[in-house]
Design a protein around this ligand. Structure first.
Ligand SMILES: [Mg+2]
Length: 418
């Protein structure tokens, strides 16, 4: 990793804002979950499986870009490996990355699934300065997830965002107000996208003869106001590298109320073995997610949709809390047994857990439970580091024989045959 330090150290009186931007995020997460994809050109595709959402750096080297269709991308990169995106997985990883950032300040604003602003003005002295915080965050994210990010440091959101975008992947860039004139001189206005200048605005600016960020900063405010109204003044400030938008505090989002998973079966079935295998997958996934959030649940709900699109749902609340796939599966089976013998084929299964409580402070009375928890957390650790379901309970192995893991998206890195 290289540190690009363009400016003088940030003075104590100024605000210090960090932008943490994950590099090729979705593709990198997939490469970490499935070691076979590492070092290879990977394209994460959307639901339709034809449009590329994110390409790995290996694929980008061939010119593969976001928004390309798979056939287009394959023409320039014949070895391209398409993987269907798994948003749940990226959200979960993001939440865990946020935990790392929150060690340095609670002023962490989630800007997008792979970008966060941090205001470290008040806390940087505790950690040896903003640059040191950035270095530590980069190292921790790399160590824990094997993922790279670029960090930009600046006196406000606009400047830190520009700094963060300057060096990818694995960049660390410090920019100060004094650096702005030089950098903005040759920067096309469309590069200010993501800091408040949208593509339409950039187009209009071009039309009125403003082509660079510096020109925007120098433009008469009256001219900008006549074209953009009240926003004209804001655009001018952006062109000058000025911005006083605060960074919001983390946790303004609604708390997690329920955690669960659902899946449409590859084919409708009334085969109870197949159904239970799917259920187990969903329960394991749900348990993994609960533990990831540091939560335990007391309510389990099962949702079943049949081949004729009629539905069944039932919830059950238990006296004890649970967070393991095994326990959730036990509850799910108990609920499902009321449907037996099955009269219709099953099309979709869903598991949800509620009545959530923070796992910390729970007392686990029996040594056996404590041991079980230790095993579970060790399994989570291994799965996090080496890929989903590297370590799996014996029943999962049966499920694998059905080919269910793959169909269920548990091994969500599906490599399609041409
Ligand atoms: Mg990014």
């Amino acid at each position: 990793m290289e540190t690009f330090k363009i400016g003088n150290p940030v003075t104590a009186s100024a605000r210090t804002i960090l932008l943490v931007d994950m590099n090729a995020y979705f593709a990198s997460v997939e490469q970490q979950c499935n070691p076979a994809l590492r070092g290879k050109p990977v394209a994460v595709c959307g639901e339709g499986r034809t449009v590329i959402v994110t390409a790995s750096y290996e694929a980008r080297a061939f010119g593969v870009k976001t928004g390309m269709t798979l056939p287009e991308a394959r023409q320039i990169c014949p070895g391209l490996i398409p993987v269907q995106g798994d948003l749940d997985k990226y959200i979960e990883t993001s939440l865990r990355i946020h935990k790392i950032l929150l060690n340095y300040t609670d002023m962490v604003e989630v800007f997008s699934i792979d970008e966060c602003f941090m205001d470290v003005t008040a806390t940087q002295h505790l950690f040896g300065g903003a640059l040191n915080i950035a270095r530590e965050i980069k190292a921790e994210i790399k160590k824990e997830f094997g993922l790279l990010c670029s960090v930009g440091i600046g006196p406000n959101r606009v400047v830190s965002k520009i700094a963060g975008k300057m060096h990818k992947p694995d960049g660390l860039t410090v920019l100060n107000k004094e650096n702005i004139p030089k950098i903005f001189k040759n920067m096309p206005v469309e590069k200010l996208q993501g800091v408040g200048i949208g593509p339409r605005v950039a187009e209009k600016l071009y039309f009125i003869g403003i082509k660079t960020a510096a020109e925007l900063g120098e433009a008469p405010v009256q001219l900008l106001k006549s074209h953009f109204g009240i926003l004209g003044r804001i655009y001018k400030a952006i062109g000058m590298g000025l911005d006083d938008t605060p960074v919001a505090k983390y946790g303004d989002e609604k708390p997690v109320k329920s955690v669960g998973h659902s899946h449409t079966l590859a084919a409708d079935t009334a085969d109870i073995n197949v159904i239970y295998s799917y259920l187990l997958m969903l329960c394991e996934k749900t348990g993994f997610r609960l533990r990831g959030y540091g939560l335990t649940a007391r309510t389990a709900a099962l949702y079943v949709r049949f081949s004729d699109f009629t539905g069944f749902s039932q919830r059950k609340t238990f006296k004890h809390y649970f967070d393991s796939g095994e326990e959730i599966f036990k509850c799910a089976k108990e609920i499902f047994s009321s449907l037996l013998p099955l009269k219709k084929e099953v099309r979709l299964l869903g598991i949800s857990t509620g009545n959530l409580s923070a796992a910390a402070g729970q007392s686990f009375l029996f040594e056996k439970d404590e041991r079980k928890r230790k095993v579970t957390s060790a399994v989570d650790e291994i799965n996090t580091k080496h890929g989903d379901f590297t370590v799996k309970p014996a029943l999962l192995i049966t499920a694998e024989k059905f080919g269910i893991l793959e169909r269920c998206g548990i091994i969500s890195t599906r490599i399609w045959k041409k």
